[in-house]
Design a protein around this ligand. Structure first.
Ligand code: SF4
Ligand code: SF4
Length: 379
């Protein structure tokens, strides 16, 4: 049976497992070619099993995720769920753009209101731009006229920026990357507690670092998992780690097939806060440390090194280098790297100008490390 938690101070009762619509079944491995029939079956199964938090965003599946949902939620399903979608922060050039995107999203989603509207992927640059353009006025007016019910944001920057954003507006929720490895990455554990303490609902993304923590477990780590009295799959460990926190409300999983969905549903049956013993928490913390020692580069994702004049997304490059290093699965990481970074942001674009290096608080030799990314992931 699905468990529910109150989302921050909203009072809304959300399922502890959320359905992320960014890895729906597709044809020919093309994200824009959603297999509508299979994807709808999967979504309906999830909703019939009690999942009521459905997460999408403007760019998912190259812009097709929202319209897929708009179709798939006909025949009574819309009324059974909360829809969360996001304002594409990077595309906003004016106050008017914000309304234009929201209207388009309402149309695509075939609904008159968005339950949880998040400002997507906030970092200090987008934040500055959006607040100057009138973000708060936009959110206030969209809430007043009922187009959105609650406002929130998703986040990719450092802890300091996170706290600043939390304090700046009366947000109802936030969505952060958090898992057994990322306790000190981006918002981190400190950010999680900070936002929860201020009454924000907490939605977790990347509970398994894009599936890697479940699917590519190194031998030494498997041994530690196996040494525990209660046997769990690595995916189950990752999910229970999150639900153990009373501050966590929803854990999102981008599910692609029934098997994954059933596995997550089974794990969710046990997703009570405080479910882990001290011994189990110690084991998780040991595994987290083991993963962290396998990191190829100690990048905290703070983005101080940006902008790069030729557009290299340095932290994203390092994230994939770390995934290749800790999970020892070059092939899958290479594929994800190419799909996610495209041509413009990848490491081989670096001209070696050196502007970024002096800005990195971790003193990472960025140029040399980007070359490593090229060697490992681009060759
Ligand atoms: S050294 Fe490379 S990554 Fe750094 S700012 Fe210059 S071009 Fe960008
Ligand atoms: S490379 Fe350095 S400055 Fe850039 S995101 Fe990583 S830690 Fe921050």
């Amino acid at each position: 049976m699905m468990l529910y938690r109150k989302l921050g101070q909203t009072g809304e009762r959300v399922s502890i497992l959320g359905f992320g619509c960014m890895r729906l079944p597709v044809f020919n491995e093309k994200p824009e070619m959603i297999d509508q029939e299979k994807a709808a079956q999967l979504l309906h199964y999830a909703i019939d099993s009690g999942i009521n938090y459905i997460d999408t965003a403007y760019p998912y599946h190259k812009g097709r995720s929202e319209s897929f949902l708009g179709d798939a939620l006909k025949d009574g399903y819309r009324e059974m769920v909360y829809i969360a979608t996001k304002l594409p922060s990077w595309d906003i050039k004016s106050r008017e753009d914000m309304d234009i995107y929201l209207e388009e999203q309402l149309r695509k989603l075939n609904t008159d209101h968005i339950d949880f509207y998040l400002v997507h992927s906030l970092n200090s640059d987008y934040w500055k731009n959006l607040t100057e353009l009138g973000l708060f006025d936009f959110l206030d007016s969209a809430i007043d006229d009922g187009r959105i019910k609650y406002a929130g944001f998703s986040f990719h920057d450092d802890n300091e920026t996170f706290r600043e954003i939390v304090d700046a507006y009366s947000w109802s929720l936030c969505q952060i990357q958090y898992n057994i490895v990322d306790e000190y990455y981006q918002a981190g554990k400190d950010g999680l507690f900070y936002a929860a303490d201020k009454g924000l609902g907490i939605v977790i993304m990347e509970p398994m670092r894009g599936g890697c923590l479940a699917e590519m477990v190194p031998g030494d780590i498997r041994k530690v998992w196996d040494s525990c009295d209660v046997q769990r799959s690595p995916a189950q460990w990752c999910l229970e780690y999150l639900w153990d926190y009373k501050e966590v409300d929803v854990v999102l999983s981008g599910m692609s097939n029934i098997k994954q969905l059933e596995m997550n549903l089974k794990a969710a049956e046990n997703g009570y806060s405080g479910l882990l013993t001290t011994e189990e928490r110690n084991i998780i913390s040991k595994v987290g440390d083991m993963y962290r020692t396998k990191l190829a580069v100690d990048c905290g994702g703070c983005r101080y090194c940006l902008p790069c004049p030729v557009g290299v997304n340095i932290p994203l490059n390092f994230k994939y280098l770390n995934n290749a290093s800790i999970f020892n699965n070059i092939e899958m990481t290479r594929k994800n790297y190419i799909n996610h970074l495209g041509n413009e942001r990848k490491a081989s674009k670096c001209t070696g100008c050196g502007q970024c290096e002096s800005r990195c608080p971790q003193h990472i030799p960025i140029i040399k490390t980007l070359q490593k990314v090229v060697d490992v992931l681009e060759k």
